[in-house]
Design a protein around this ligand. Structure first.
Ligand SMILES: [Zn+2]
Ligand SMILES: [Zn+2]
Length: 352
C-alpha cells in the first residue's frame, strides 16, 4: 500500500492512516505559504496554471493505474481547484479561462509563483493622411535597429510610422514594455489611407495599467497631423487572428500621368480579372508567384483619376502599368497608353 497524506487519501477515496505523503510530498500543507505573494500590476481577472515535478506525475500515473482511478482525481485538478478558489478570495477577482489579464503559474517544482502578464488588446481604425510613412516600424535593413551610417544611426528606415504614432500614446498610458501593431493588410508607404480608415489591433506587451480613457487617448493621438484613429475599443487576440486571415475588398483612387477618355474607360471596364505575378518592386521580400485577382468596379473620379474597387491582394500600381508584362491584362495594355500611377489612395476597406 502507498503512504499518503490526509488530502491525497480523501481525494482518491481511500481508507488508511495519514502519513508523510509519497505522492504529493505534503504540498497541501504548504499552499498558504505559496499564496503569500504580491502582484502590483492592474488586472480584472486571472487564470492559473500548475506545473508539477515530472517525478510526481510519474508516481501518480502508477498509483492511478494500480488502483484504477480516473483522471478526475488527479493532483493537478485538485490543486487547480483549490488555488483558483483561494486566489479569488485573495485578490477578489474572478477566474477567466479564455482571456485572462494575468496567468499565475504555480511552479511546484521550484515552489514559486510566476505571474504572466498577458497583453492588452485595443482595436480601432486608422487614417494615414500623408504619404511617406510606413504602417509599421521598419528597422534598418543593414543594422536591424542598432544604428549605422546607412540609417543615419536611427536604426530605422523611416522617421516614424503609423504604429509608432499610435503606439507611443498607448505605451504612455498603459506603462507597457512594448507594442505590436496588427493591421487588416497595409497600404504602400507612399499611399494614403483615407475614408473611414483601416481596422487595426494594437497589442500592448506587459501593461501595468488596463483602465484607459479611450476617448482621451484618441484625442491625444489625433493631435498628430499625419495619423488619425477612431472607434477605439477593448479587444482580444481572436480579433488579431480574424484581421490577419480575412480578405477584404478595397477601393482605391489612382492618379494617372495621362487623361482617360470615355472610350478608354469602356475598355478598362472589360477587365474583370487579371493574372498578376509578384511585382518587380516587392520581389525582394515576397515569393514570386502568380495571383488571379478580380476587379469589381472602375469609375472615373476625374479625367486623371480612376476609382477602382478590387479584390484583396491586388497590386493596383501594376494593374495600371502592366509591370513589364507581369500583370496581364493591364490598364495600359487595353488602352494602349503608357500609363503610370503617380499617386495612390486607399479610400475604403470593405470590412463592414
Ligand atoms: Zn499527499
Ligand atoms: Zn542602420
Amino acid at each position: 500500500m502507498y503512504r499518503l497524506c490526509r488530502s491525497c487519501l480523501k481525494r482518491l477515496g481511500l481508507e488508511g492512516e495519514p502519513q508523510k505523503c509519497e505522492l504529493c510530498g505534503g504540498i497541501f500543507e504548504k499552499i498558504d505559504e505559496l499564496l503569500d505573494f504580491s502582484y502590483d500590476k492592474e488586472f480584472f481577472n486571472f487564470n492559473i496554471g500548475v506545473k508539477l515535478d515530472q517525478k510526481i506525475l510519474d508516481k501518480e500515473r502508477k498509483i492511478m493505474e494500480t488502483l484504477n482511478l480516473s483522471e478526475e482525481k488527479s493532483l493537478k485538478r485538485e490543486l487547480l481547484s483549490i488555488l483558483r478558489k483561494k486566489l479569488k478570495e485573495k485578490f477578489n477577482r474572478p477566474v477567466e479561462l479564455k482571456d485572462p489579464d494575468v496567468t499565475f503559474l504555480f511552479d511546484l517544482e521550484r515552489f514559486k509563483v510566476i505571474p504572466q502578464n498577458n497583453p492588452l488588446y485595443i482595436k480601432g481604425r486608422y487614417n494615414k493622411l500623408v504619404r511617406g510613412i510606413p504602417q509599421t516600424k521598419w528597422y534598418c535593413r543593414k543594422c536591424k535597429g542598432k544604428g549605422c551610417p546607412y540609417c543615419n544611426f536611427k536604426g530605422k528606415m523611416y522617421e516614424t510610422s503609423v504604429e509608432e504614432i499610435i503606439g507611443k500614446v498607448f505605451l504612455k498610458y498603459t506603462k507597457g514594455e512594448d507594442e505590436k501593431f496588427h493591421g487588416a493588410g497595409r497600404e504602400d508607404i507612399d499611399a494614403r489611407m483615407l475614408g473611414d480608415g483601416r481596422p487595426f489591433v494594437i497589442e500592448i506587451i506587459d501593461p501595468k495599467i488596463r483602465t484607459l480613457d479611450l476617448k482621451k487617448i484618441e484625442e491625444e493621438i489625433n493631435r498628430d497631423e499625419r495619423v488619425k484613429v477612431r472607434e477605439l475599443e477593448y479587444s482580444n487576440n481572436r480579433e488579431v487572428i480574424r484581421l490577419k486571415n480575412e480578405k477584404f475588398k478595397k477601393t482605391y483612387l489612382a492618379y494617372l500621368n495621362q487623361e482617360i477618355s470615355d472610350e478608354d474607360l469602356k475598355r478598362i471596364r472589360e477587365i474583370t480579372e487579371i493574372r498578376q505575378r509578384t511585382p518587380e518592386r516587392v520581389r525582394h521580400r515576397r515569393a514570386d508567384r502568380v495571383r488571379i485577382r478580380k476587379i469589381y468596379k472602375v469609375e472615373k473620379e476625374n479625367s486623371n483619376c480612376l476609382k477602382i474597387c478590387c479584390e484583396s491582394g491586388l497590386y493596383v500600381k501594376e494593374l495600371i502599368t502592366g509591370d513589364n508584362g507581369r500583370t496581364v491584362p493591364s490598364i495600359s495594355s487595353v488602352v494602349q497608353k503608357d500609363l503610370k500611377c503617380i499617386a495612390l489612395d486607399v479610400i475604403k476597406i470593405h470590412d463592414r
